[in-house]
Design a protein around this ligand. Structure first.
Ligand code: ADP
Ligand code: MG
Length: 650
């Protein structure tokens, strides 16, 4: 039952008031078939929109089935609208991305009704389009599209159908079709109110209301048409609502459909998030890999061992020739070993890269010169053959102990012990094989040749000073004390002035090195976090931009969805989920890319990488977060659109 009294709708245009409806009063029973006719601009559409709860009057009262609706909120109107009314528009307003059947079923997403008296398929058959269900609107004629729209208007079992010039865009034949369909709907017990210019349509109805200048100028009823009033409505009371889970699943499905409809655009907007996530994952993997490899290098270093180097504290640095008096000479090794208390063993070390060859094979590797104590201090006693002797060191003997990687590269399966290799073109006899240090080092620790320190200094490298000392404490004195004693010895032997003593030598034990490594890696983490934040910000802005375009583009769609009963939150969720679909897909692709980059870095560039599940989790979290933060604004913008204005949008 429609009861309006003294209803007015006033538009203010350029300071002037236009009465689209001027004090209109009207009563329509729920089983009538009414035509509203009149010249263009007479207020027909305005009346129909207010009757259809798409618009609210400026003043007056409107009672729909006994409920005063003139001042309901937008969401309350949307709910009441979808429970009681169905709409048919002159421009059909089908959604182009969906099949005819999906268009018909679309209002159910919002009403959530299940076990309907008439399923969407059934309704498609009712409008004689049972064989066209899976066609897109663009593959149909105007008449067919309008029939789909009629089926859609019926899907929530409305009590009243409202149609604004439903035949205005159609040829005569389709017009007759539509008219007959509206008549059928009416006979099944639904009220039908149709705005029309067409006298033929008027003839088919049982009441004609004529309007002019916002007023009703005539209202003529003809013979009553027999209907089954309230028939469908009684059935509707038994309908069930579907659960929120299916609702969100459907929104997600529609989100992906929208994303796929604009593949290139979506892909480009995903790119930002994808690159951000991928770089974070790859860099975290690199950072972790580096840390792991440092850890594995440290493994060979006993808890009682420290390293002494000339120069300021640096991690992984090599001794530099700065002209500073802070040096370590060969004699220092013997002096420290014999005169500083609390020391079990000392080894001087020099390293350099060198070209080595055996038979016709060449290999570039790291050559290290060390004292005999090196084997003990670094747990590097040969697994095959023997360590060189002090005598061999003194006589600068050309003997070498080689690492497993060198064995593999130069010898394959052959036994290297006793053979001769050339190091920088000088002949050396292989006397032993180093134990595997392995690890996931960025530097392969088995890719090494160890020779006596003096041999290395004077025959191979031409160094007069050693690069570093490995010192093993005897376990009784504290390492710090031993370190200080070593420093004092070096200061006096090299006459280091007091002012330079602070930076002259660097003494590090395992704990120091660990601390240095972890401080480096925490700096790196902060850096990575900053990169991540910036790239996700950029990616998020890209997505927001594209969503804003999408909202503008789909204004009509939003209007239609609201007209068929979508509430503010329905639209909000739809666009938010769409944004999330883009950002999460971007995030997932970013994870794949990041993993691929990490793997190829380690397999092609030989860098150690280690992908943590934490970084993958963070990536997912941040892409969801970005989606929500940058999706809210466009989604709210969409949700706030007024249905009528949105439908009119070009
Ligand atoms: P009809 O459907 O009979 O052609 P309408 O109901 O669309 O007429 O319009 C009635 C009057 O209200 C017209 O004079 C029209 O210009 C005016 N009008 C309708 N909608 C608006 C609007 N959104 N803003 C300003 N004026 C409007
Ligand atoms: Mg109109």
């Amino acid at each position: 039952m429609i009861e309006i009294s003294n209803l007015s709708k006033v538009y203010t245009m350029g300071g002037e008031s236009v009465y689209a409806l001027n004090n209109v009063s009207l009563t329509i029973a729920p089983d009538e078939f009414v035509a509203i006719m009149g010249r263009s601009g007479s207020g027909k559409s305005t009346l129909l929109q207010i009757l259809g709860l798409l618009d609210t009057p400026t003043s007056g009262s409107y009672r729909l089935f006994g409920k005063e609706v003139s001042h309901l909120t937008e969401d309350a109107l949307a709910i009441y609208r979808r429970e009681t009314l169905g709409f048919i528009f002159q421009q059909f307003h089908l959604l182009p991305r969906m099949s005819a059947l999906e268009n018909v079923a679309m209002p159910l997403l919002y009403s959530g009704l299940t076990n309907l008296p008439e399923s969407p398929e059934r309704l498609m058959a009712d409008v004689s389009l049972g064989d066209r269900m899976h066609h897109r609107p663009s593959e149909m004629s105007g008449g067919q599209q309008q029939r789909v729209a009629i089926a859609r208007s019926m899907v929530n079992s409305p009590r009243i159908l409202l149609a604004d010039e439903p035949t205005g865009n159609l040829d005569t034949l389709s017009q007759t079709d539509i008219l007959r369909l509206l008549g059928d709907m009416h006979k099944s017990g639904i009220g039908v109110i149709v705005v029309t210019h067409d006298d033929e349509v008027g003839e088919a109805t049982n009441r004609i209301i004529r309007m002019q200048d916002g007023k009703i100028i005539s209202d003529k009823s003809k013979k009553k048409i027999v209907t089954r009033p309230e028939f469908l409505y009684t059935q509707k009371k038994n309908l069930q609502k579907h659960n929120p889970f299916t609702y969100f699943l459907q929104l997600l499905q529609e989100g992906y459909r929208a994303v796929l409809a604009n593949k290139l655009r979506s892909a480009l907007s995903m790119l930002g998030i994808m690159i951000g996530v991928a770089s974070v994952i790859a860099m975290l993997a690199l950072g972790r890999g580096a840390q792991n490899s440092i850890e594995s290098q440290l493994k060979g270093l006993g808890a009682n061992v420290m390293v002494v180097r000339p120069g300021a504290v640096r991690v992984g640095g090599v001794a530099q020739e700065t002209g500073s008096p802070a040096r370590i000479s060969y004699d220092d090794i013997e002096y420290i070993g014999s005169s500083v208390a609390g020391i079990k063993g000392v080894s001087g070390n020099v390293t350099s890269r060198a070209q080595i060859s055996y038979a016709n094979k060449n290999w570039n590797t790291q050559v290290q010169g060390s004292n005999v104590a090196y084997g003990e201090i670094r747990s590097a006693t040969p697994i095959a053959g023997r360590m060189f002797t002090e005598q061999e060191n003194k006589t600068r003997a050309r003997v070498a102990i080689i690492g497993l990687t060198v064995v593999r590269e130069l010898y394959g399966e052959e036994n290297p012990i006793g053979t001769f290799i050339k190091i920088n073109k000088i002949n050396f006899q292989v006397i032993g094989v180093m134990p595997a240090k392995g690890g996931t080092g960025w530097r392969d620790q088995d890719d090494i040749v160890v020779v006596p320190l003096k041999t290395a200094m004077y025959r191979l490298m031409g160094k007069t000073y050693v690069d570093s000392l490995d010192i093993e404490g005897d376990g009784k004195a504290s390492l710090d004390d031993v370190g200080d004693a070593v420093k004092r010895a070096l200061y006096s032997r090299h006459r280091i002035p007091l002012s330079m003593q602070d930076d002259a030598y660097q003494v590090m034990n395992l704990a120091d090195i660990r601390a240095a490594v972890s401080s480096t890696s925490s700096t790196m983490s902060v850096l990575l976090a900053a990169i991540a934040a910036v790239s996700l910000l950029v990616g998020g802005i890209g997505i927001m931009n594209i969503m804003l375009v999408s909202v503008t583009e789909r204004t009509k769609e939003i209007g239609l969805r609201k007209a068929v009963g979508a509430r503010h939150t329905d639209i909000l969720y739809q666009f938010l989920i769409e944004t999330l679909a883009v950002s999460i897909s971007g995030g997932l692709l970013g994870i794949l890319l990041g993993v691929a980059i990490s793997l190829s870095l380690s397999s092609f560039a030989g860098w150690a990488t280690s992908i943590s599940s934490m970084s993958v989790f963070l990536a997912v979290f941040f892409s969801v977060f970005t989606g929500i933060v940058f999706g809210i604004y466009p989604a709210r913008k969409a949700a706030q659109l007024n249905p009528i204005e949105a439908l009119r949008h070009e």
